[in-house]
Design a protein around this ligand. Structure first.
Ligand SMILES: [Zn+2]
Length: 87
């Protein structure tokens, strides 16, 4: 079963991996060049992990799987990821 959500739903697993608030980080889609916050991406959550897609062109931006004590990140769909430094 797969649930279509917004990128904020991926905030939990991203906080397990990165020491920053990642829902406000901005990514540039490698497919269409659209820029947007992770929180505004389209998220699909299922048992195997999380997939974030571009809301403009539906390109897969980030795949996250958590299995066997490891996190697997496939970020080839993001050309650049800009993370806002927390103070
Ligand atoms: Zn795109």
């Amino acid at each position: 079963m797969e649930q279509k959500l917004d990128g904020n739903a991926a905030g939990g697993i991203l906080r397990e991996i990165f020491p920053f608030e990642m829902t406000t980080a901005e990514g540039i889609c490698a497919g269409c060049g659209a820029t947007g916050a992770i929180g505004a991406m389209v998220a699909y959550m299922h048992g195997m992990g999380t997939i974030l897609r571009c809301p403009t062109c539906d390109n897969v931006l980030i795949r996250i799987a958590h299995t066997g004590g490891r996190y697997w990140l496939d970020m080839r769909g993001v050309r650049v990821l800009q993370i806002i430094e927390e103070r």
